[in-house]
Design a protein around this ligand. Structure first.
Ligand code: MG
Length: 383
């Protein structure tokens, strides 16, 4: 029996993790749950799953919840970190949508746990820091569907014999829109993803292709493959989740209907495979799988992410922070869709690169990038 703590239990990945645990109660049990500020949702989950402890990022929410549960209710990043390093947790699912998830990730690895990572921003902002920690102990497995696909294709293989990692992208809701049309798309259109149901930030990131850019950086740290050897192909059906091309020209792919519960289960039960409650793939019903190259003119975020991946140092953290602020401003209807890459690029141009940053430096540049992005948004909004 393995104990599981979920950092971000009330979100889309958190809830699907609980669904997988519900299907494998003979192998998995809940140890700790955390949420941002949704007292009602976390209380309901805690009453059903009876965790040893819970935590809220928001201290007010923690105060409000205290009388409602018999287990300890912790708060802020210290609380999340405590849930991530609880002695009874063997596996820690990291599923909160910002680089702040770096702290509970490091805490879990330091405590020797398996981290099942859904938050790609952790590796984007602090990949080299996570890798340093991994050398000392702990285990890191991807939940991101593309990276789970790559990880599955790499089982039994020698990574030094990999020629290319090929990440598939659905292309998002605006795949066929012209540059002019893209300037006028609405928040509602951006949030209507054709194949995946996800949180608002990652859905907008999928529409700009920034999500795929972040995934290039995530893949380079997870698999130790340089960014130049990581390619992106648009595959609108989201059936092939990614591919590995080896030096002999052989290509391995992983396929399934798009359902995050499969990569979640693989990360929780690895290396074992067990029945998973997803709908089975019937290729005769799918009929056709299509592929096209990504267009970096209409989707400049992909170009910016490749640049950040190549430059390295603090640049990916800066890009990631600027993206969060720009996406939020778009969701608040302060800026248009094509101003998201414009703002990110302007922040990246102003940044003075620091190679091999430590955690404090990552927070400093993160803070700096957020400030500059906010300033640029005010200028855009005023003009
Ligand atoms: Mg993904």
């Amino acid at each position: 029996m393995k104990g599981v703590s979920i950092i971000g239990a009330t979100g889309s990945i958190g809830r699907q993790t609980l669904d997988i645990i519900a299907h494998h109660t003979d192998k998995l049990k809940v140890v700790g749950l955390t949420a941002g500020r949704d007292v009602e949702a976390l209380t309901e989950l805690a009453l059903r799953w009876r965790p040893k402890l819970v935590a809220f990022s928001d201290p007010e929410a923690a105060k409000e919840c205290k009388g409602k549960l018999s287990c300890p209710v912790l708060s802020e990043i210290e609380g999340l970190t405590e849930v991530a390093s609880h002695p009874e947790a063997d596996i820690v699912v990291i599923a909160i949508p910002t680089a702040k998830a770096l702290l509970p990730t490091i805490a879990a690895l330091r405590a020797g746990k398996r981290v099942a990572l859904a938050t790609k921003e952790v590796l984007v902002a602090g990949g080299h820091i996570v890798l340093q920690q991994l050398k000392k102990g702990g285990e890191l497995l991807p939940i991101d569907s593309e990276h789970s696909a790559l990880f599955q294709c790499l089982q039994g293989e020698d990574v030094s014999r990999v020629d290319k990692l090929i990440l598939t992208a659905s292309g998002g809701p605006f795949r066929t829109k012209s540059l002019d049309e893209l300037k006028r798309v609405t928040v509602e259109e951006a949030l209507a993803h054709p194949t995946w149901k996800m949180g608002a930030k990652v859905t907008v990131d999928s529409a700009t292709l920034m999500n795929k850019g972040l995934e290039i950086i995530e893949a380079r740290w997870l698999f130790g493959v340089s960014p130049e050897r990581i390619e992106v192909v648009i595959h609108p059906q989201s059936i092939i989740h990614s591919l590995v091309e080896f030096v002999d020209g052989s290509v391995k792919a992983q396929l399934s209907l798009p359902d995050m519960r499969l990569p979640i289960q693989y990360a929780l039960l690895y290396p074992e495979r067990h029945p998973c409650p997803i709908q089975r793939l019937d290729l005769t019903k799918i009929g056709t799988l299509t592929f096209e190259p990504p267009d970096e003119t209409r989707f400049p975020c992909l170009r910016l992410a490749k640049l950040a991946a190549q430059v390295g140092g603090t640049m990916p953290a800066v890009m990631n922070a600027a993206d969060e602020i720009a996406v939020n401003a778009f969701l608040q209807r302060q800026i248009g869709f094509m101003e998201i890459p414009a703002i990110i690029e302007a922040v990246m141009e102003r940044h003075r690169l620091i190679p091999n940053p430590d955690l404090d430096t990552v927070w400093e540049v993160d803070e700096w990038a957020r400030g500059i992005a906010a300033e640029l948004i005010r200028k855009f909004a005023a003009s």
